[in-house]
Write a protein that binds this ligand. Structure first.
Ligand SMILES: *Cc1c(COP(=O)(O)O)cnc(C)c1O
Length: 349
């Protein structure tokens, strides 16, 4: 429980791993209850080479942020939603679900025990990474006999240090992220490695990320890498509807609610690439980047520039509204903040 060095340089933080003091680990056998779980020093885990997660990808993850708010409190943002998504993912991958109260309790404990690692208000956040793996050995393709639920955290910098800036995206004509009936709507670990090569190639060509179209018609926008997509036309927001192949982002859901609360019409529908390319503004969103304004989208030989290439006014308004709630600069009319008590009693081993 030492925290960062006295002269730790918060402004050097990016979205990368900085080891913190402690993590949380719980285990369970298939068909039995979870054990108590414990807080232990951050470090290596031992794993059987025949573990289900290593051989067959039986694993899911979550991502959320704990922020030091303007009021000095520590706040999580809608962690109950992450808990529910984690349960749906566990069910889809044949894993024992982590009860919501256990999930929230584990996160509160890890965040409180690592509170010295939460950046000062406005200079970043503590990124919280819950994972659930089939860690028991299994040879046949079947659910592992035992499971590990682990939560670790790392401080991350603000995504946009110099204020919001636009990104350039490329629509992929070669790759898809998810197919109907697959696992696209859960944060299954196996969904992410296949996107690394397309993303890396796009970056080599100067794009920030790829946009995936649906795998059936190759016409409708699904996601931007691992972020959800929005576009705005005549002051109406459009976002791909949740068809089972799209990850139901909590940021996506929050933006829909905030926009409606502010009087905007929001339509969840099939969003064709043709429609999106003709929009006035567009952005992608997720926990890490919050809202990333899109400056251009390239598809084959055509390149679309949104507005004058700068950040659109509605995109900026929604970004300020969401950040405002998360950092307690603004009121929280939806009751989304979940305060964490720094003095939480710990389940220390
Ligand atoms: C996590 C994730 C998102 C964003 O979800 P949030 O809950 O907003 O962080 C979007 N798409 C994919 C594929 C993701 O994995």
């Amino acid at each position: 429980m030492t925290g960062p060095e006295k002269d730790f340089d918060w402004d050097s933080l990016t979205f990368s791993l900085t080891q913190t003091d402690v993590m949380y680990v719980a285990t369970c056998n298939l068909g039995e209850a979870w054990d108590e779980g414990e807080i232990k020093p951050y470090g290596m885990l031992e794993i059987d080479p025949a573990a289900g997660v290593l051989n067959y990808g039986q694993g899911i993850f979550e991502g959320m942020k704990a922020q030091r708010t303007l009021q000095g409190r520590i706040a999580l943002f809608r962690p109950e939603e992450n808990a529910r998504r984690f349960q749906r993912g566990a069910a889809r991958l044949g894993m024992p679900p982590v009860p919501e109260s256990m999930f929230i309790d584990a996160i509160e404990q890890v965040v409180a025990a690592n509170s010295a690692w939460i950046p000062p208000s406005g200079r970043g956040a503590l990124y919280v990474r819950p994972v659930l793996w089939g860690t028991g050995p299994i040879m046949g393709v079947a659910p592992a006999p035992s499971y590990t639920f682990c939560v670790y955290v790392t401080p991350v910098g603000p995504y946009f240090r110099g204020g919001l800036s636009c990104i350039d995206l490329l629509i992929s004509d070669q790759f898809h992220r998810a197919a109907p009936g697959g696992s696209g709507e859960v944060k299954a670990i196996g969904n992410y490695a296949p996107g690394m090569m397309p993303s890396k190639n796009a970056k080599k060509s100067g794009y920030a990320e790829v946009i995936y179209l649906d795998a059936v018609h190759h016409e409708y926008i699904e996601e931007v890498g691992a972020a959800n997509f929005f576009c705005i036309k005549d002051e109406v927001l459009y976002t791909p509807e949740l068809t089972g192949t799209i990850l139901p982002g909590i940021t996506r859901d929050s933006i829909i609610e905030i926009a409606r609360h502010r009087g905007y019409e929001v339509v969840e529908t099939l969003v064709s690439s043709k429609f999106a390319l003709a929009a006035d503004e567009s952005f992608c969103c997720g926990t890490a980047a919050v809202i990333s304004p899109i400056g251009t989208i390239t598809h084959g030989d055509s390149k679309s520039v949104f507005g004058d290439g700068g950040v659109g006014p509605i995109t900026r308004e929604l970004y300020n509204a969401l950040i405002g709630i998360q950092t307690e600069i603004a009121a929280d009319p939806f009751g989304w903040l979940h305060a964490v008590d720094e003095e939480l009693p710990l389940n220390l081993c």
